[in-house]
Design a protein around this ligand. Structure first.
Ligand SMILES: [Zn+2]
Length: 315
């Protein structure tokens, strides 16, 4: 008994297991709920302590009791001071970052010094930012820990970026559909997430653009550290029209956004564009009045050139 009393008198220690509701801290006003049964303060900064001024109630609980270190996207953005790129930060044709004084031309000889003169099957690349820092770690987390909510939250930001770029061409979200670049069934099973689809769902939530799963993909071994040529060979023929679209006309809006998490060499996107264009061909030949949709690329990140050696994420 004496030992029990002693333990009762001890100052409060961090609880060993999850306790609900959490003990109120000194200086914290008791809410209207009485006896600790009230709702947690959703405004977050209810106490005088400076740490509580900046974190929400759920985050406090997670940190204190669950040891979770995986904050939501909005919080990561705040902490890292991340902002989506303005449209002059990347080349609209190939997606690579452009310097402050670098010229990106439009028209027949369009592009930056890296892509001008090259043939690309798409008209425009829309990206959130370069693939590094907080964006890179979020993308890796979406893939590796099947964090769907994070995927759709980052996807929402990409949706806003897409709407901005559509407006630049006098188009609206209703002129476009989103086609997520598929992961193979095997990879989806191994990872527990179809991450491009999770991102596409966020784009749909933010913009109302329909998500159409036009494509399916065979499993091929991961080609990390390969050159563009190796990647192209590896991915060639790996995609096909999803079976449910083989016997019905594929949609032909003004813009089709091929959506993936990261673009590195563009080999995967070329393959996706090839299949989509082949699916349109028959309809275009049958009806000369039809106009082929413009293919756009929507990605969260574009791998920077040579700035991150050994960085071989994405294709
Ligand atoms: Zn370019």
């Amino acid at each position: 008994m004496a030992r029990d009393e002693e333990s009762v008198r001890k100052p409060l220690e961090k609880p060993k297991r999850f306790v609900w509701p959490p003990a109120r801290r000194e200086g914290e006003e008791s809410g209207g709920g009485g006896e600790g049964g009230g709702e947690p303060d959703l405004r977050g900064a209810s106490g005088p302590a400076s740490d509580r001024a900046s974190v929400g109630w759920w985050e406090q609980i997670e940190r204190a009791y669950l040891g979770v270190t995986s904050p939501p996207w909005k919080r990561r953005v705040e902490l890292a001071g991340f902002a989506a790129d303005s449209s002059d930060a990347w080349c609209f044709r190939c997606g690579r970052s452009v310097g402050a004084y670098e010229v990106v031309t439009e028209g027949s000889d369009a592009g930056c010094k890296g892509c001008r003169g090259s043939r690309l099957p798409w008209k425009r690349v829309v990206r959130l930012a370069a693939y590094r820092g907080v964006l890179r770690s979020a993308i890796l987390e979406i893939k590796n820990s099947a964090f769907r909510r994070l995927g759709s939250d980052v996807g929402r930001d990409l949706g806003e970026q897409l709407v901005t770029c559509l407006a630049y061409e006098g188009l609206a979200a209703s002129d476009a559909i989103v086609v997520p670049v598929p992961t193979s069934t095997w990879r989806r099973f191994a990872r527990g997430i179809d991450h491009p689809f999770a991102i596409a769902r966020g784009v749909r939530e933010a913009t109302g653009m329909p998500v159409v799963q036009l494509l399916a993909r065979q499993h091929r071994p991961m080609q990390t550290g390969s050159t563009l040529e190796t990647r192209r060979k590896n991915v060639a023929g790996s995609m096909h029209l999803a079976w449910q679209w083989r016997h019905q006309p594929v949609p032909m809006p003004r813009v089709v956004v091929l959506l993936d998490d990261v673009m590195t060499t563009g080999a995967t996107m070329r393959e996706a564009a090839r299949v989509v264009q082949a699916a349109w061909r028959e309809r275009l030949e049958a009806d000369r009045e039809l106009v082929a949709p413009a293919i756009w690329i929507g990605v969260l990140g574009v791998t920077p050139e040579k700035t991150e050696p050994g960085n071989t994420e994405g294709l």
